[in-house]
Design a protein around this ligand. Structure first.
Ligand code: G3I
Length: 401
């Protein structure tokens, strides 16, 4: 993912925050942010959209997120892994309390599953699957085909000649192993990158180099044959904000989905990752709504698959920071859940105790990051309340009886 650190420095935030967040709403000057963006990209600017940071996220009752979602015919889930759930009982308990779906965060990636070309090591995934069965949760596979987290042997052994067989075998072996047991598969992950300049907007990956654009169709066809019961998802990132880069990505993705649909490729769901950048990038609900409506008009369902909120450049003060993170969650989900095609929401991790953001996007002041619904002591944060409120006020998907 692109590094956004340069887009808005901490000083601009403090200016934007003015006297702090003691009042009901604080407008963070998006024009400052856009001025920085213009300097950095020289591209046309988005229109000015000040963010109203709220400080009150009161919710009714203490029902967990999965129940609030289910009450509307939606689902809530989260990503985690063997290393966390098998060794941290308190975390596993909270995880099962809040989530109806478990997504394998890293254990299904080629690098972790396939130490050599012949071996598929399902041990950790089997543990995760058994956990979902004990806890009456759904299990979700992520990802079958991605360009990242590939083992070293891939580069040494995969060629134009054998790439089709390797891709097919991987999907048959992995999706076949869990066939009929999985809620959904991220069949292809993050395949677009229009900024690389290809006309079809596809990302330059070994799969594309060896098999051409049709590697995506092939992956979905093999997945559909292998596990006809699971939902087949195309999962993508950086679609959420009102920036020229993300507009280009939304356009490129719509083009790809149209192409897949027109060829009868069995893609059923778009996974919108939803990694948020409160205070760093301008969010416009109408932009997200329009995009989701366009996806829905193609007959696709939508899942929000990897929500979290990078707080790298937010103020050190935990209350201010949590308010900004919670506001971002609620603003985003309020817009997304209004789209009837949206089926559910998953966060990328559940507690700040375990988050990739700590390693990939740490804060300069060395303070722990706080991107997720629960804090590191497993207490519910304002981000939790924000998600709860978004479910509570979402339109119901349950048909009246
Ligand atoms: O397990 C090893 C550990 O033994 C070693 O000491 C340590 C040293 O760096 O690395 C550990 O592995 C890391 C692993 O995360 C542990 O969780 C890998 O280096 C690191 O590359 C890996 O990062 C994961 C990343 O995808 C790449 O696979 C993140 O956890 C995971 O959250 C992230 O998830 C991606 C989604 O799959 C796709 N969308 C974006 C999302 C965030 O980047």
């Amino acid at each position: 993912m692109r590094n956004n650190r340069g887009l808005l420095g901490r000083r601009s935030f403090l200016i934007g925050l003015g006297a702090g967040v003691t009042g009901l709403a604080v407008a963070v000057g998006a024009h400052q942010l856009q001025a920085r963006q213009k300097k950095a990209t020289s591209k046309p600017e988005p229109t000015d959209t000040p963010v109203q940071v709220r400080d009150n996220f009161q919710v009714t009752g203490d029902a967990p997120l999965k129940e609030r979602a289910a009450a509307k015919g939606l689902f809530f889930g989260a990503a985690s892994g063997f290393g966390q759930l098998s060794k941290d009982e308190a975390f596993a308990t909270e995880f099962a309390r809040e989530s109806a779906v478990l997504v394998a965060e890293s254990d299904m990636k080629w690098k972790n599953l396939r130490p050599d070309p012949e071996t598929f090591n399902f041990k950790r995934l089997d543990w995760l699957y058994d956990f979902t069965q004990r806890q009456k949760m759904l299990f979700r596979g992520h990802p079958l085909i991605w360009h990242k987290s590939m083992p070293e042997w891939f580069e040494e052994t995969v060629t134009e000649k054998n790439a089709e067989a390797v891709l097919t075998e991987h999907i048959q072996r992995v999706a076949g192993y869990y066939a009929g047991k999985v809620h959904s598969w991220d069949v292809v992950n993050e395949a677009i990158m229009p900024s690389q300049g290809r006309q079809d907007g596809l990302r330059k990956t070994p799969w594309l180099k060896f098999l051409g654009a049709d590697y995506i169709d092939l992956a979905f066809r093999v997945a559909a044959e292998t596990d006809p019961k699971a939902l087949l998802v195309y999962n993508e990132n950086r679609l959420d904000y009102d920036t020229p880069e993300m507009e280009q990505r939304r356009t490129g993705l719509l083009k790809l989905l149209e192409r897949l649909k027109s060829k009868g490729t069995p893609v059923q769901v778009l996974g919108v990752q939803g990694h948020l950048f409160p205070g760093e990038l301008p969010f416009k609900p109408e932009v997200l709504r329009k995009f989701l409506a366009e996806v829905a008009a193609m007959g696709l369902k939508i899942m929000i698959t990897e929500m979290d909120a990078t707080d790298r450049n937010l103020p050190g003060d935990v209350v201010q920071r949590d308010n900004m993170v919670a506001t971002a969650y609620e603003d985003y989900l309020s817009a997304a859940l209004d789209e009837p095609a949206v089926m559910g929401v998953m966060t990328w991790g559940l507690s700040d105790r375990y988050t990739w953001i700590a390693g990939f996007r740490p804060r300069d002041d060395g303070e722990p990051v706080r991107p997720l619904p629960l804090d590191k002591d497993l207490n519910r944060k304002r981000a939790w309340q924000a998600i709860a409120r978004a479910f509570d006020s979402a339109p119901s998907r349950i048909p009246p009886s």
